[in-house]
Design a protein around this ligand. Structure first.
Ligand code: F0G
Length: 359
């Protein structure tokens, strides 16, 4: 693979598509950054996989490239999804590139500004639905079953086929080794399932000898998977009114919960919750100690890491990869609210010097 262009299509033999028809914006091949300051504070070997560097700013592009390619193979003319924001931003862009009609259902008032701007700007028909993500997903699924549109939420298995490339890349980034642990935020539970699939495909191909402990993090107010893991259950109980500042993972009834639970149990991994306060504090800390800007949901993986180290679940010296799933600019309001206002200063060098030295 080494001589190929650094996108997720580097691993095209593992993707179930007609190679001549791939719809791509060169997704994947994202930065894999050693966080030695934060890692040494925590006593671990820490890497961060920066999925915000994908074409539309989140990991969804990987799944959407395969999903839209498949939609083209099938000859559909309308694609659609429900979304907490990123899926809709990604689908809108890939649908534009493929030249098909795109409909997205968004929970009214609960989608971060950057994501909404993307879905609208790429020309999707944007429907603001009264209700939460789970209700919007139920509605769009019913439309898909009627044949109104081709559904590109992660219940569509081709989405997971693309997202499994995160697992491939982590192994490749580490010089064809598995890390001890992968930590990521869990919402609709597609990504953790996809990455575990990718890891297993490389394991079965004998590219790696070990597999990582899959570690899922949810917000306290939206944690059906964590509740199931706590009781050692294989099915979830839906959370009725999910709530969290991390709107991307504000989900009460994840569609891929069974696959996600299997990934956690089979890998000897775990799941835990973090509070909104812990999420926002980890988001700011990552931005200010390592220079990596992520949206709140993504910071759940860092907040979860800190909690699991403090609780002694993560051993000293472990090699851990945290996946940060979306870019900080996805949710500019949250970023701005976390900071004090810029100072108004005249363009006078004496005034400026005074202000600079006072900090
Ligand atoms: N992080 C971000 C930034 C997300 O946008 C999502 C999901 C997740 C994590 C969770 O991933 O659903 O595979 O467990 N966003 C979806 C959306 C639901 O509509 O954009 P998951």
């Amino acid at each position: 693979f080494a001589c190929r262009k650094n996108t997720m299509w580097k691993y095209k033999e593992f993707m179930p598509v007609d190679e001549s028809r791939i719809v791509s914006l060169e997704e994947g091949g994202t930065p894999f950054i050693g966080c030695h300051k934060l890692g040494s504070d925590l006593g671990i070997d820490l890497y961060v996989k920066v999925e915000g560097s994908n074409p539309t700013g989140s990991f969804k592009d990987r799944g959407m490239s395969v999903g839209i390619t498949k939609a083209m193979e099938l000859g559909v003319d309308t694609v659609g999804c429900a979304s907490t924001g990123n899926t809709s931003a990604s689908l809108a862009a890939y649908a534009a590139r493929a030249g098909v009609k795109c409909v997205v259902l968004l929970p009214s008032g609960k989608v971060a500004l950057g994501k909404l701007a993307q879905a609208m700007f790429h020309g999707a028909q944007v429907l603001s639905v009264e209700g939460n993500f789970d209700e919007a997903l139920e509605a769009v699924t019913a439309l898909a079953l009627e044949g109104e549109l081709y559904l590109l939420n992660s219940i569509n298995p081709f989405r997971l086929e693309g997202q499994k490339s995160i697992g491939f890349e982590i192994v490749d980034d580490l010089g064809w080794e598995s890390p001890d642990r992968i930590i990521l935020p869990v919402g609709n539970a597609g990504n953790i399932s996809a990455i575990w699939k990718g890891i297993n495909e490389f394991y079965q191909a004998d590219f790696i000898k070990e597999r990582p402990m899959m570690t899922g993090i949810q917000a306290e107010g939206a944690c059906p998977i964590v509740n199931a893991v706590r009781d050692n259950r294989m099915e979830i109980e839906a959370v009725k009114n999910p709530e969290t500042v991390a709107t991307a993972i504000r989900i009460g009834a994840p569609v891929s919960s069974l696959k996600a639970l299997r990934a956690i149990y089979e890998s000897d991994g775990c799941a835990d919750t973090v509070s909104d306060e812990e999420i926002l504090s980890a988001q700011k800390m990552l931005a200010r100690t390592e220079g990596i800007g992520v949206e709140p949901a993504s910071a759940a993986s860092i907040a979860g890491l800190i909690k699991l180290v403090e609780d002694g679940v993560i051993d000293k010296g472990e090699q851990v990869v945290c996946i940060v799933t979306g870019h900080v600019l996805k949710d500019p309001d949250t970023a701005i609210n976390a900071c004090s206002e810029p100072l108004n200063v005249k363009a006078d060098i004496n005034d400026l010097r005074k202000v600079i030295r006072s900090r």
